[in-house]
Design a protein around this ligand. Structure first.
Ligand SMILES: Nc1ncnc2c1ncn2[C@@H]1O[C@H](COP(=O)(O)OP(=O)(O)O)[C@@H](O)[C@H]1O
Ligand SMILES: O=c1ccn([C@@H]2O[C@H](COP(=O)(O)O)[C@@H](O)[C@H]2O)c(=O)[nH]1
Length: 206
């Protein structure tokens, strides 16, 4: 199994890059795990308490479960990936059965901050977009898709997202094997990653 970690700040385009990689690759050979699925279960908190959580700090993530699931996949076992709701700020209680694949992609803002998890990645990728680009994309996406308003997004950006990005996320760029500049759609870089994956798939078939 080839395990690829894709990190980068919110709105840099991680999910988009993953979807571009998945397009055209043989379906069923590549699987995806999102760090977002591993936000800690906060069912014991009220909605107001959950809204106040700093979701950009590493302690908000259940890294132990994420690491355990990745090891299980590597050992050929199927895992139950939790489903997360950005509207409820909590796990839904549902799970997605995720089967081991020849290539597993793990994507998330904080995945390179955790040393044990980092060690499981064969290839580490950091997607970079400037902070103004990321804020514009985040505003549009959170208002259109995650039930937020402009005040909520901007307050979160100033209070937690920006300082956490500077403290925890941006420094993990130094661990990356590949940095994808993504202020504009970068098909060349995505094609290079696809080529690496394809070579691995062909090699495994020999
Ligand atoms: N290179 C790009 N140029 C312009 N918009 C982009 C680009 N990459 C992603 N987007 C858009 O920005 C938003 C956030 O992208 P997404 O892939 O969800 O980022 P992430 O997963 O890193 O938070 C989405 O609406 C997506 O369509
Ligand atoms: O309940 C939640 C949990 C997380 N967030 C924000 O999501 C982003 C990470 O997701 P990306 O898809 O990489 O953007 C993070 O910046 C959190 O602030 C949230 O808003 N609500």
């Amino acid at each position: 199994m080839l395990i690829i970690g894709i990190a980068g700040g919110t709105g840099c385009g991680k999910t988009t890059v993953v979807n571009q990689i998945l397009n055209e690759l043989p379906s069923g050979e590549v699987g995806v795990i999102s760090q977002d699925s591993y936000y800690k279960d906060t069912s014991h908190l009220s909605f107001e308490e959950r809204v106040a959580i700093n979701f950009d700090h590493p302690r908000s993530i259940d890294f132990e479960l994420l690491e355990q699931h990745l090891i299980q996949l590597r050992n050929g076992q199927t895992i139950e990936q939790p489903v997360y709701s950005f509207i409820k700020h909590n796990r839904t209680g549902d799970v997605i059965l995720t089967h081991p694949r020849k290539v597993m992609i793990v994507e998330g803002i904080l995945i390179l901050t955790h040393p044990e998890l980092r060690n499981l990645f064969d290839i580490k990728i950091y997607v970079h977009a400037d902070s103004d680009e990321r804020l514009i994309r985040r505003l549009k996406r959170d208002i259109n898709e995650r039930g937020r308003d402009i005040d909520e997004v901007l307050a979160r950006y100033q209070n937690t997202l920006k300082p956490m990005h500077q403290q925890f996320i941006e420094p993990t760029k130094e661990y990356a094997d590949i940095i994808i500049p993504n202020n504009k759609y970068n098909t060349v870089a995505v094609d290079i990653v696809k080529t690496i994956i394809n070579e691995r798939l062909v090699y495994d078939h020999k």
